[in-house]
Design a binder for this molecule. Structure first.
Ligand code: C5P
Length: 336
């Protein structure tokens, strides 16, 4: 197949996510852990540009030296699989404009890969069936499939089984990216050592059982926090997202990551002191986020945190509709 390169370039935004609570379950035989989490897409993003020209191979261009340009890059891996599944030929060039912090917790590399897949399909004017997209995304990493849903997303299994939840309203937030890097496999391993405590792994099984019971019984007996997610929450005086997280949603990783990296718990407290209604580690970190009552409060808090020496950015959570609209609304963004 011959390609006209000029006509074969698509640019998309790759939005980040945060985790609104994360329960870690037992270690499985495949080396992964059962998870129960709620993902939420947010407005911070990278920009991805994909071109397909004559020839073969995959080339990654990125000015950030921390981004790998070989087959260890998630974008490379997803393109390899997608080109095969689409039965397409050509040389794929991927530009990554890194705007998101490279520190973990925001799913940046995973978002980049899914954005690359979406752009590639547009370039080739071919689309994979939804089930194939989800399968390919899950093969590349546990937290890729969520970016094929967007908005507020329930994550089960190893995090790759994704279900759209009723969207929580757009909420102002501040993302703090401390200098430290946390290894996700190490954080899971620390959790496993902690799990010698009897009953700790039962909590996850119990949560999962209760949740599936709710999904088949009109959600009438789910844990309070999840009942609040799956049910419409209209007519309340305050933002339901703030109510939800205050209702007891938490991230298990904090228990093993904070003792190892005390500056991260300091970051959480700094967010709370700056006025966050709720603050938490995202994923296994090191990214922290705080939810705020208004955009103004978030902007003021981010400025205050920066004065204190934290790398802090104000943003807003993205509903599913806005997420999909803004992914492709990217014509005037420059890629370096
Ligand atoms: O799927 P992903 O590549 O993001 O996973 C990276 C590593 O994190 C895995 O190799 C595994 O060690 C750990 N992990 C886990 N349980 C999960 C997800 C990831 O143990 N549910």
């Amino acid at each position: 197949m011959a390609y006209n390169l000029a006509a074969m370039t698509v640019r998309v935004r790759a939005f980040a996510k945060i985790n609104l609570g994360l329960s870690i379950g037992p270690l499985r035989h495949d080396g992964f852990h059962e998870l129960l989490t709620v993902y939420q897409t947010i407005g911070l993003h990278d920009v991805i540009q994909v071109s397909v020209g004559r020839g073969s191979g995959i080339e990654i261009r990125c000015t950030d030296p921390r981004v790998p340009r070989d087959e260890s890059n998630t974008c490379y891996r997803i393109v390899e699989k997608a080109m095969q599944a689409l039965n397409a030929k050509g040389r794929v060039v991927i530009h990554i404009e890194k705007r998101l912090p490279v520190r973990g917790g925001l799913g940046g590399a995973s978002a980049n890969a899914v954005a690359t897949l979406l752009a590639l399909e547009r370039v080739l004017k071919k689309a994979l069936p939804v089930a194939s997209r989800l399968r390919i995304a899950a093969e590349v990493g546990s937290d890729l499939p969520l970016f094929l849903v967007g908005g507020t997303v329930l994550g089960l299994g190893r995090g790759e089984q994704v279900y759209p939840l009723e969207d929580l309203p757009a909420t102002a937030c501040v993302v703090v990216t401390p200098e430290v890097g946390v290894s996700t496999p190490d954080a899971f391993a620390r959790w496993d050592r902690k799990l010698t405590m009897p009953g700790a792994s039962d909590r996850m099984i119990e949560l999962g059982r209760e949740l599936s019971a709710q999904l088949s019984m009109s959600y009438s007996g789910a844990p309070r926090s999840f009942r609040r997610i799956v049910r419409p929450m209209r007519g309340r005086a305050e933002n339901p997202l703030l109510e939800l997280v205050r209702a007891g949603i938490k991230n298990d990783f904090e228990q093993v990551v904070f003792p190892e990296y005390p500056e991260l718990s300091e970051g959480k407290y700094a967010l709370e002191r700056a006025g966050a209604k709720y603050a938490s580690l995202s994923g296994s970190g090191s990214t922290l986020y705080g939810l705020f009552a208004s955009k103004e409060a978030a902007r003021t808090a981010a400025a205050r945190l920066r004065r204190q020496g934290w790398a802090a950015q104000a943003t807003v959570t993205l509903t599913r509709k806005r997420y999909w609209r803004r992914i492709f609304d990217c014509r005037f963004l420059m890629v370096d």
